[in-house]
Design a protein around this ligand. Structure first.
Ligand SMILES: [Zn+2]
Length: 91
């Protein structure tokens, strides 16, 4: 995957999936995936990617899922399911 800021190649620093050995290592990665998609599926891989290009400090997290799962998950979100709390309406 190329850097979304500068277009250079990014490098994977860490990868984790739901059943990773060493589950407690790099727990911050797991928490991101657990919060975003584990309500729907356990079939995912989460990766921390860093750009090594000079003058670029991109450091981001990507999540890989089965494409048909993404499509169905988005359909579930449209129906109101998911991990997102409704915002208070103060009007
Ligand atoms: Zn970059």
């Amino acid at each position: 995957m190329n850097c979304p800021r500068c277009g250079s190649r990014t490098y994977v620093q860490n990868s984790r999936h739901a059943d990773s050995t060493g589950y407690k290592i790099n727990k911050s990665l797991l928490i991101i995936a657990e919060n975003l998609i584990s309500w729907y599926t356990r079939d995912w891989v989460v990766r921390r990617r860093v750009c090594h290009s000079e003058n670029c400090d991109f450091d981001g997290v990507t999540i890989e899922m089965i494409a048909s799962d993404i499509e169905d998950m988005m359909g579930q979100v449209l129906k109101g399911f998911g991990p997102f709390e409704e915002e208070e309406d103060y009007e």
